[in-house]
Design a protein around this ligand. Structure first.
Ligand SMILES: Cc1cc2nc3c(=O)[nH]c(=O)nc-3n(C[C@H](O)[C@H](O)[C@H](O)COP(=O)(O)O)c2cc1C
Ligand SMILES: Nc1ncnc2c1ncn2[C@@H]1O[C@H](COP(=O)(O)OP(=O)(O)OP(=O)(O)O)[C@@H](O)[C@H]1O
Length: 250
């Protein structure tokens, strides 16, 4: 018997928090209220180098800490981060369902998107979750693809647009405007210049000029990347404020 209150769980990586993620999380919260269950977001940290979404393979829209903060801002009962390490990344889909979703979180409702995968070598999907519904006494709800201009929104799409400097398009897909948080940068406020190491896990948009907001004021930012880092030069820069991207400047 599980002593934990029954829960409703949303699962996924959630890099960037786009409009598809938002629909999924809001539906999970709505369902948890209807059923008087805890609301839980399960997300992942890809620690093994050979996993498809490891930070060694891709740079993210948000750093780990910022992603967790953004997820917590939905005011759910819990945001649980699961480390996909040597042990857990080798769990079969059923092991993940039984040991984590059922035994640890007492899942009664599970909300995932149409393209969710899980388990060793990403071998499980929404149909696998449906197969085990009666065995473990939970229900799965699928979120159909949230689209923009006919294309399913995904973190990969947002990362690609960001790498092309397409800020206006990115801002239509993310729930908040694309932001570089000040704690991700080394900033010299007197010189109005900041540095992002090329080894950092976050994407820095391509070289060029951008319209940004810092501390409620519009500013112009020029980005120049060399072999070690990206250099961000501002015409105005407020202390301890994040950098919210509005558009490219021409
Ligand atoms: C128990 C478990 C094991 C996983 N094993 C692998 C793996 O072997 N290789 C891999 O690339 N991803 C693995 N993943 C990551 C998933 O394929 C997937 O990226 C993650 O569950 C987030 O789902 P989404 O990207 O579809 O939202 C695993 C995930 C879980 C929960
Ligand atoms: N456009 C969308 N509409 C509905 N659900 C979505 C959409 N995109 C992702 N999801 C769901 O949101 C959860 C988190 O997704 P995740 O961040 O892992 O995927 P993604 O946005 O497709 O990213 P990636 O491109 O890196 O695979 C998953 O359950 C996924 O199926």
């Amino acid at each position: 018997m599980n002593n934990r209150k029954p829960s409703c769980i949303a699962i996924g990586n959630f890099d960037g928090i786009h409009i598809g993620h938002d629909a999924l999380i809001r539906r999970m919260i709505e369902l948890s209220n209807e059923e008087n269950q805890d609301s839980i977001i399960i997300t992942f940290r890809f620690v093994r180098r050979d996993l498809k979404k490891s930070t060694y393979n891709i740079k993210y829209i948000n750093s780990r800490n910022i992603k967790l903060e953004l997820l917590k801002s939905y005011n759910v009962t819990e945001v649980a981060e699961i480390e996909l390490d040597e042990v857990i990344s080798k769990y079969s889909p059923e092991q993940f369902i039984k040991e984590i979703l059922i035994d640890k979180y007492n899942a009664k409702n599970i909300v995932v998107g149409y393209n969710f995968t899980f388990g060793h070598k990403a071998s499980g999907n929404i149909n696998t979750l449906r197969e085990f519904e009666s065995t473990y006494n939970y229900k799965v709800e699928e979120i159909f693809p949230v689209k923009y201009n006919g294309i399913a929104v995904s973190s990969t799409l947002v990362r690609n647009l960001l790498n092309e400097g397409k800020i206006l398009e990115v801002n239509k897909l993310l729930i908040n405007n694309y932001t570089i948080y000040n704690n991700e940068l080394n900033i010299d406020y007197n010189k109005k210049i900041a540095f992002a190491d090329n080894n950092s896990s976050i994407i820095i948009p391509p070289d060029g000029r951008y319209k940004v907001m810092t501390g409620g004021k519009e500013a112009l930012l020029t980005i120049n990347t060399n072999k070690d880092n990206s250099i961000l030069i501002f015409d105005k820069l407020e202390r301890d404020e994040d950098i919210i991207f509005l558009d490219r400047a021409h």
